[in-house]
Design a protein around this ligand. Structure first.
Ligand code: GLU
Length: 483
């Protein structure tokens, strides 16, 4: 066998979480860097919580992020036979014993016990296996299990903190810790890279793994090395919450984050490239990534920083790439993929693709995500701008000087040569005529023409909008002010 073998093993029980995306990425980077194999295994054994759409969501999010896998996707539910035969081997080897205790009986007996959990009542009772017995793993009384972890070093777990845990339920279902370990054995996984939340269950998997290695007729498979990635936390330094924090990767895709920026940002959650620069190409991530360099302290998932970084990536796109990549948000009818739950403010007829190619460079400088584009440029495509009433009242309706300025602008703009530089000069002069500096003079013009006070550079926008439409909007603004 050549090269390391790693797997990403998500459970399809909800939106694709940023923590899962980070786990997948670190596996992928490690595999790509070491010439290894990256396997996708969907752990779909929790039938009540799994849904096909979540399963598909994982596949499409991974494709969006460019994390291609070499083997799979395997479905854990299809590997059930392997789990069952491993359980039988463990039972035959004396590592599992039948238990017929009910939950109530156990709770009654263990009340007040110093050691929490199951008390080993059935260990030596030689209960006969039946449809009402579960199989429990006989955790050694003494000693410790050591988890070899590349990030944390050897982590030692004393056996007396583990109960004899259930491996096979009375209905025959093999539980996740064994299924997971068996699949890792079958797939010859050499490195298990996953979230820190799974560390407490790892000793169980190690114990069963080693027990299987001692069972007759079971091939020896070397224990993998582990790498438990640091927890992701929010601004309050609390573990990211599925309900309260924005954790769904799909939602970032819909907002118009770029996959390369998202991947670059995820790579910083517990790791950092060499040197001072955090914005680095994917090929550099692959080249520099080392599991040994991953930190074990919690990593802050900082949406503001990620958004800023995305803006940097947006600016690095060529004008053509910006136009092409923004199509799902501005011209979804021409795009094979559309963001969910987003409406475009204009119709296909109102949209002018040729005008957009000229408008695009103006907004490329000003947006952090592609989803911000439509509101910023809708005034180019709609017949009339959408008025921000508060801004309009403050900048125009309640400001007589601004109204005078607009009246002068209507006159001047009617006759001058129509380009950004001339419009700029003219606005300086018009402002001077009414006693306003350029910045103050621009505001009412911008508000009248675009409906708001923020947007792309004003004079370039006026040039592209054209004399006629600009004048109509300036006149409309004044008309709106008359009683
Ligand atoms: N299916 C497990 C989960 O999503 C991960 C298992 C693993 O990576 O070992 O939490």
């Amino acid at each position: 066998m050549t090269g390391p073998r790693v797997r990403f093993a998500p459970s399809p029980t909800g939106y694709f979480h940023v923590g899962s995306a980070r786990t997948s990425l670190f596996n992928w980077l490690f595999a790509r860097q070491s010439g290894g194999t990256f396997i996708l295994r969907i752990e779909d054994t929790d039938v009540e919580r799994n849904r096909d759409e979540w399963h598909q969501g994982i596949i499409s999010a991974m494709a969006w992020l460019g994390m291609d896998f070499d083997e799979g996707p395997f479905l854990q539910s299809e590997l059930r036979r392997d789990h069952e035969s491993a359980a039988e081997a463990l039972f035959a080897g004396g590592y599992l014993y039948p238990c017929d205790c009910t939950r109530e009986q156990i709770d009654e007996r263990i009340k007040g016990n110093a050691k929490p959990g199951y008390d080993g009542f059935c260990r030596d009772r030689a209960v006969t296996r039946s449809s009402s017995t579960a199989l429990r793993f006989r955790v050694p009384d003494d000693g410790v299990t050591v988890v070899p972890d590349l990030i944390r070093g050897d982590v030692t777990f004393p056996h007396d903190s583990y109960e004899d845990f259930i491996v096979v339920k009375s209905n025959g279902g093999v539980l996740y810790p064994l299924a997971n370990a068996v699949d890792d054995r079958t797939m010859h996984i050499t490195h298990v890279i996953r979230g820190e939340d799974l560390l407490p269950t790892t000793p169980k998997q190690v114990m069963m793994w080693e027990a299987l290695n001692h069972c007759d007729d079971v091939a020896f498979v070397a224990l993998p090395l582990y790498a438990h990635l640091p927890m992701l936390v929010n601004e309050q330094r609390k573990k990211l919450s599925k309900r309260k924090d924005p954790v769904a990767v799909e939602s970032y895709r819909d907002q118009g984050y770029l996959p390369d920026a998202f991947v670059n940002y995820l790579s910083l959650l517990g790791w950092s490239p060499r040197g001072d620069e955090e914005i680095v190409a994917r090929s550099t991530l692959i080249e520099q990534f080392r599991l040994e360099d991953v930190s074990h302290s919690p990593a802050f998932f900082d949406v503001k920083k990620m958004t800023h970084m995305n803006g940097e990536y947006v600016r690095q796109l060529s004008p053509e790439a910006f136009i092409e990549q923004s199509a799902p948000w501005v011209a979804p009818w021409s795009s094979p993929w559309r963001p969910t739950d987003r409406t475009v403010p204009w119709t296909e007829d109102q949209f002018d693709a040729a005008l957009y190619t000229r408008v695009a460079p103006l907004v490329q400088e000003r947006v952090a995500t592609l989803g911000e584009i439509p509101t910023m440029i809708e005034f180019f495509f709609l017949d009339a701008p959408t008025i921000d009433v508060a801004a309009f009242d403050k900048t125009i309706r309640n400001d007589p000087i601004a109204q005078t300025l607009l009246a002068v602008a209507i006159e001047r703009f009617g006759e001058l040569e129509w380009n950004a530089a001339v419009l700029h000069e003219a606005t300086i002069e018009i402002g001077e005529a009414v006693g306003l500096a350029l910045r103050k003079a621009q505001a009412p013009i911008r508000c009248a023409v675009t409906g708001t006070l923020v947007g792309p550079p004003l004079f370039e926008s006026l040039e592209l909008l054209g004399r006629e439409r600009t004048l109509v909007r300036l006149l409309d603004a004044l008309a709106r002010c008359s009683p």
